[in-house]
Design a protein around this ligand. Structure first.
Ligand code: CMC
Length: 447
């Protein structure tokens, strides 16, 4: 599907030695007419349906797909997922290998550039990111405008949109050099904004970036440093956070990636586009799920009460948060890695008392007909909350911890969109089933 296809292609590609034609024939039983439509990558173009009409003046056929259950909206070379067998790869590299051998910044480079960096490319990239970790002092005033218990995701969304007013060069979205610069700024500033929001909620002074530390190490510094002259992050926590950042860096066309593409397709600057993506991520069905999982485990309260809760889930009263996925119909490969990391953190910080409840939920769910039939498995959010809580993060920071690394994925998707000659401003169609035209009725005549 890399090149434009003709509308109808009767003599479509034949595989060597067979008469196979990569087309599908649709017969419209309203008219008896048949249409032969090309298939590329197991996909037909929705626009090829438009020729199917009863009368020449008809608009033509569309496809209806609420929530994009079966619609590819782009061609991408960033992330590959096979949800049936639980595979996740960034630019071809399995997530398991990246989690074990890479760092978040190297993975971010990979997502943005398509290839792993050489040593000097990585050094340059790190240098660019650390150069951009500071934020303008007026952000302190912006923070001061928020109530003491403001949710840090709300603050993050606002701060990202506010950044667009500082970097007006970001409007030049068709300039590769400008795009690169905004990417450095966004990846560099995410931890700083997040940490400032956290410190604001505690009423503690902001801690400025320490650019001698690693990306996750500096984040821990800005969050947790108190009176020490030099903050030294605990290596286990620093590594755990780095792996969690790798696991969250991208996930192909999820709700927030779709948002960054949809909003970015209007050519707005990347600060506004990623503010919108962050808002999408905030929802409890997306990145907000990790916070909801913890609330759910606390509500369940004890291992003994798990069966009762699962009963409520099966009756449709509540959801088992951290379970199920639009794409994964198998164990989420990220959840497996996270479970391992969880034990490393618990060995250091002590076991999270909610762990037993989570394990019991998982045990019962994986054996239960309801979950088996619907192919509901733990997703990335099921165990992350437990780790974050053990690391000392308040629940409201959990979605923020998802958003920080997802920035690199959003930016890779955003740039891919801008460079794709087939893309245009996102503008879906609708099936209008509302009233036909009718005349305005004055208020005194309405019953
Ligand atoms: N608990 C109980 N039942 C569920 C759950 C769940 N967590 N998830 C799906 N189902 C049921 C759902 O009720 C439906 O049942 P039925 O066929 O009887 O109507 C069936 O499974 C199919 O679900 P769906 O809602 O059609 O699936 P979806 O692809 O539209 O939704 C989802 C995917 C992730 C929104 C959903 O599974 C869910 O709400 N999970 C809980 C929230 C969550 O953990 N979100 C994090 C997702 S992973 C990280 C990320 O993307 O941000």
């Amino acid at each position: 599907m890399d090149s434009a296809l003709p509308t109808t292609q009767a003599n479509a590609a034949e595989t060597s030695g067979s008469n196979r034609r990569d087309t599908v024939t649709i017969t419209d039983n309203r008219t008896g007419k048949s249409y032969e439509i090309p298939i590329t990558h197991d996909t037909i173009r929705a626009m090829d349906l438009r020729q199917i009409k009863v009368n020449p003046t008809d608009f033509g056929m569309m496809s209806y797909d609420p929530a994009f259950n079966n619609t590819a909206a782009c061609i991408s070379r960033v992330t590959y997922i096979d949800g049936d067998i639980g595979i996740l790869r960034y630019r071809g590299y399995p997530i398991e290998e990246l989690a074990e051998k890479s760092t978040y910044l190297e993975t971010a480079y990979l997502l943005l550039h398509g290839e792993l960096p050489t040593a000097s490319e990585l050094r340059d990239f790190q240098q660019h990111i650390t150069q951009h970790t500071f934020i303008h002092e007026s952000f302190k005033k912006l923070s001061d405008g928020f109530h003491y218990d403001a949710h840090p995701m709300g603050m993050l969304i606002s701060a990202l949109a506010a950044l667009s007013t500082f970097f007006t060069d970001a409007k030049d979205v068709h300039n590769a050099e400008s795009r690169r610069k905004q990417m450095y700024r966004l990846i560099g500033k995410m931890p700083t904004i997040a940490a400032f929001s956290y410190r604001h909620s505690l009423g503690m002074p902001f801690v400025y970036p320490d650019n001698d530390l690693s990306y996750p190490g500096n984040f821990l510094n800005m969050l947790f440093r108190t009176s020490e002259t030099r903050y030294r992050p605990n290596p286990t926590l620093e590594h755990a956070l780095d792996v969690l950042f790798i696991l969250h860096a991208d996930h192909e066309q999820n709700c927030s990636a779709n948002t960054v593409r949809g909003v970015g397709s209007s050519y707005v600057d990347p600060y506004c586009a990623t503010a919108a993506a962050t808002a999408a991520l905030y929802g409890p069905l997306h990145g907000g799920a990790n916070e909801e999982v913890l609330r759910m485990l606390m509500e369940i309260g004890s291992v003994q009460k798990v069966p009762e809760f699962i009963k409520r889930v099966k009756e449709g009263e509540v959801k088992l948060m951290g379970f199920g996925h639009r794409i994964y119909k198998n164990y989420d490969p990220r959840a497996r890695i996270i479970k391992r990391i969880a034990y490393e953190v618990f060995d250091l910080m002590g076991k999270n008392p909610l762990l037993e409840i989570a394990l019991e939920c998982e045990r019962i769910a994986l054996e239960d007909e309801y979950f088996i039939r619907r192919k509901l498995y733990p997703n990335v959010d099921f165990y992350t909350g437990l780790i974050y809580q053990s690391m000392g993060f308040p629940m409201t920071m959990f979605p923020v911890l998802f958003a920080i690394p997802r920035m690199s994925g959003w930016l890779a998707q955003w740039e891919e969109l801008l460079l794709d000659p087939e893309q245009k401003i996102a503008r879906p169609r609708q099936i209008y089933l509302g009233h036909d035209t009718r005349s305005y009725v004055g208020i005194d005549q309405r019953s």
